[in-house]
Design a protein around this ligand. Sequence first.
Ligand code: SAM
Length: 253
Amino acid sequence: MDFHVLTLFPDMVRQGLNTSIIGRAIKDGHITLNTVNIRDFSVNKHNRVDDYPYGGGAGMVIQAEPVYRAWESVAKNSKAIKQGKKPRCIYLTPQGKVFHQTMVEEFAQEEELIFLCGHYEGIDERVLEEVVTDYVSIGDYVLTGGELPAMVMVDAISRMVPGVLANDESGTTESFEGNLLEYPQYSRPEDWMGKKVPAILLSGDHAKVEAWRREQSIKRTMERRPDLLADADLTAKEKAMVEHLLDKSQGKC
Ligand code: SAM
């Protein structure tokens, strides 16, 4: 998977991603990270890339031309363009669809992705219309720039790329798989500050451990993200358990 990030702050993106698991994935060649400095495509003799918004108002707007040229520098060599298609280009914006695990899995099917990071008041709408294929937000709050959201997306998508995680299983047994949160995890020691690891986890009985984890997943999802349960893959018995727990929490039994 090839990631290209168009940004005014390439160092921030490289430093943020060249660490730990993602850093190792870059080093091992499972993913590539190409940062493109939009300022290198400035058409202004002072290297400026922003200007005042037409119509007035606070802040500055990143101009269309440097963004277009930065995008073109990547797009012209993209596999998509060679196949006569528009490369997938994601504009990070609080006005986009909110990022979630299903989107992670969908984006992970692509061979390459271009991320466009805004700053200041954002980017001239005309170039967005020209190059952007997807508008994505990482949550309903406003950040100073698109760099952190781009890093969040690259991290989450990279985990789905074969070879990135040391243990291939862990990518598919995490929270949100089957619309459930993950069960609680424990490690040594067995007794910490008087709190004991649940005995079932020490039993060596894999079937019982799995059953316990499944139940914990459902209970945790009920407590913390009940909105997920409506689309969770539950058996009839599990649905009955959820209803019973709901009744209990509402004092009906
Ligand atoms: N004026 C814009 C608005 O009201 O929609 C917000 C601009 S914001 C201060 C600057 C840049 O940060 C945006 O262009 C975008 O790239 C990025 N950004 C801010 N919040 C974000 C979020 N929740 N998700 C994704 N990107 C975000």
